[in-house]
Design a protein around this ligand. Structure first.
Ligand SMILES: [Zn+2]
Length: 78
């Protein structure tokens, strides 16, 4: 039987890799009985999308700033 800690780990890993049948079965069994982990498993895909969107925006911001660093301005004046 999995404990909550193992379940949250498996839920996170299920985003990265395919779980084995045994892992899926024990995971689902726990989720049926544990509201905390059930809520967590529902939030993970959402959090993952949010994190991805956030990091993409962050990259865009960094790229935007790249054109206006003092170093570049100096190069242009040469
Ligand atoms: Zn649990």
């Amino acid at each position: 039987m999995l404990n909550c800690r193992e379940v949250t780990r498996l839920v996170s890993e299920s985003q990265e890799r395919r779980l084995s049948v045994v892992e899926k079965m024990s995971l689902n069994l726990h989720l049926m009985m544990c509201d905390g982990c059930k809520n967590f498993s529902l939030q993970v895909p959402f959090l993952r999308r949010a994190m991805k969107a956030y990091s993409e925006r962050l990259e865009e911001m960094i790229e935007d700033q790249g054109g206006e660093t003092p170093q570049n301005a100096e190069d242009k004046s040469k």
